[in-house]
Design a protein around this ligand. Structure first.
Ligand SMILES: [Zn+2]
Length: 294
């Protein structure tokens, strides 16, 4: 991560102090960039359609207009400045491998309190909610419809493990799921987890904690976490077995439960819960691998 210029950037604590950088003459990159919560000077473009992917970041003595939160790649950059506070009057645009001066580009500082009402409200909400833009944004087309978690799409999740869990629980059809999970998946570790001896009750409480951690109840309130836990309990009680990872990964168990009268009259809710337990076993293996790597 890039280090902020020492002692210079003091993030706004109150909406009255939230900064805005107005960029003009930069074509589609023109607009109002609003200060967001960050350790380095970072402002995010905000317009009628909401928060955009464009950022203004001050790193290595330049303002950079970019979609990359690390600031290492950018479309447009200012001349070198001693501090983010100075006016950047000379800008250049990347063209091929070089940089071309952009005499029409200029910027000026303002405050979020000067924005029109709708934008001012959004700016204030981001500051008060301490929303941080992360590198782990969900790009699944059905996010947030499939998960109910607006932050995952708009601001990103705190870590790669959180993103992997989010995709595994809610967006299994997305290309991001296939790409990221394939990259992180470790079959050997998943097999080891499935074979280890585990206490059924402990596994059930891990299942519950994992669904809560991944904000399951933003997705739906009708079949909540407690329902899933109760349904799994019903299944093991009736079958006279323990809760285990292999239970959720065994097709024979699903075939058996489907035959039960209460499953037929309950619209298949027991096997729905079993499938959530199966997703949990996958999330837990991904998280275990992530811990292993760090
Ligand atoms: Zn989502």
């Amino acid at each position: 991560m890039v280090v902020a210029p020492e002692g210079l950037w003091v993030p706004a604590r109150k909406p009255d102090a939230q900064r805005v950088l107005c960029v003009t003459g930069a074509g589609k990159h023109s607009g109002q960039y609003v200060e967001i919560v960050s350790d380095l000077p970072m402002l995010r473009k905000l317009d009628e359609s909401g928060w955009s992917n464009s950022l203004a970041i001050f790193t290595e003595k330049r303002w950079r207009i970019t979609s990359d939160p690390t600031g290492s790649k950018c479309w447009l950059r200012s001349q070198k400045l001693a501090s983010f506070q100075f006016d950047a009057s000379a800008w250049e645009k990347r063209e091929g491998k070089g940089w071309v001066p952009q005499p029409d580009v200029s910027c000026r500082w303002g405050l979020a309190s000067e924005l029109e009402t709708k934008l001012r409200t959004l700016a204030r909400k981001a500051l008060k909610g301490k929303l941080r833009l992360t590198l782990f944004r969900c790009t699944a087309p059905d996010c947030p419809k499939g998960c109910g978690n607006v932050l995952a799409k708009d601001w990103g999740l705190p870590s790669l493990a959180d993103l992997l869990g989010h995709l595994t629980y809610y967006h299994r059809g997305s290309s991001q799921y296939h790409e990221k999970v394939n990259e992180a998946w470790n079959q050997q570790l998943a097999d080891e987890l499935e074979q280890q001896e585990e206490d059924g009750e402990e596994l059930l409480s891990m299942f519950k904690a994992s669904l809560n951690k991944h904000n399951y109840e933003l997705k739906t309130k009708t079949l909540n976490v407690a329902h899933h836990v109760n349904n799994i309990r019903k299944i093991v009680q009736k079958r006279g077995c323990e809760v285990s990872r292999s239970l959720a990964n065994d097709q024979e168990v699903y075939d058996e439960v489907w035959q039960w009268q209460e499953e037929k009259s309950g619209h298949g809710r027991l096997t729905v819960s079993l499938r959530w337990l199966k997703k949990f076993t996958e999330v837990s293996a991904l998280e275990a691998y992530d811990v292993d790597m760090s």
